[in-house]
Design a binder for this molecule. Structure first.
Ligand code: SAH
Length: 266
């Protein structure tokens, strides 16, 4: 990017003319109706799209049929294309002068490695933009009838990754165990028993209500409800992608769930 008001070197002029751009676009949690208007426009006009596994098929179907598509899907535990390879692909395509749509599930800046991908562009002076998306927590909570905050239950909410590298000690369990706000764990299915054990060990009630929202906002959304001590057992019945919500607000799903009534049996 060329800062305004500064003298522009010949090299910078060259870069500005010939280098493409990367647009990091959030696709939301799955329901194509939850795309932003800007995301939809960019997908329909796309020249090149680089997308992840979490982007729903219905959204992929909205991409300009003439666009060149690269799938760099990631699954828990293994990456189809390592992060360094994804970064390199974005750089290579942009340096070829392409406008690259980097399409990610949910919001690109919430557990989406969007920041890392943009940082990889900086040494090459590649221009970029970010289009936010509805993150899984907002989408799943809304479609499951779970207000993440509610004056009768909680004054706050925290988004946490359950995908812990080597051990669970990266999280501040003493603080989380005392939490009076809603906790939302992304990528938490495989570590769910450990999450429950740590929270209970650090003071949270074993009877704290919890919910797991599976494939949130899709036609196959399912909500499993129980209490913290059952989290591991419930998670064993759930499939990825699933979101774990911990807190009193999850009880509201029993009366505020509006979406499951709209689903036809599949
Ligand atoms: N950037 C994404 C999150 C990527 S991390 C966002 O903002 O939503 C991937 C995790 O997100 C999954 O393991 C799961 O916990 C959660 N997730 C994403 N989409 C989901 C969905 N439709 N239903 C339930 N959980 C989802």
């Amino acid at each position: 990017m060329i800062a305004q008001g500064l003298p522009v070197t010949e090299h910078e002029q060259h870069v500005a003319r010939n280098t493409g751009k990367v647009i990091l676009v959030g696709s939301g949690p799955g329901d194509p109706d939850l795309l932003t208007v800007k995301a939809l426009r960019l997908l329909q006009q796309a020249e090149v799209v680089v997308h992840d596994r979490l982007v729903s098929d219905e959204i992929i179907a909205l991409i300009n049929p003439q666009a060149e598509c690269f799938f760099v899907g990631k699954k828990a535990g293994h990456h189809c294309v390592p992060q360094s390879g994804i970064n390199q692909l974005l750089v290579d395509l942009a340096l070829q002068g392409k406008q690259v749509i980097r399409l990610k599930g949910g919001d690109p800046f919430i557990f989406g490695r969007g920041g890392e991908e943009l940082e990889a562009l900086l040494p090459f002076n590649i221009a970029f933009e970010v289009v936010p998306g509805i993150t899984a927590a907002s989408g799943c909570a809304a479609y499951a009838g779970i207000p993440l905050t509610h004056r009768d239950y909680t004054q706050g909410v925290q988004f946490i990754t359950g995908h812990l590298k080597d051990d669970a000690n990266q999280l501040n369990w003493p603080l989380l165990g005392q939490a009076t706000h809603t906790l939302v764990f992304y990528m938490g299915l495989t570590q769910s028993s450990g999450i429950a054990l740590n929270l209970i060990e650090h003071g949270m009630s074993a009877d704290m209500p919890i919910a797991i929202v599976e494939r949130g906002t899709s036609q196959r959304q399912r909500t499993l409800q129980g209490s913290l001590k059952d989290l591991g057992d419930l998670a064993a019945q759930a499939e990825s992608p699933s979101l774990i919500i911990i807190g009193g607000v999850t009880q509201l799903a029993s009366k505020l769930d509006w979406f499951s009534a709209t689903l036809s049996d599949v």
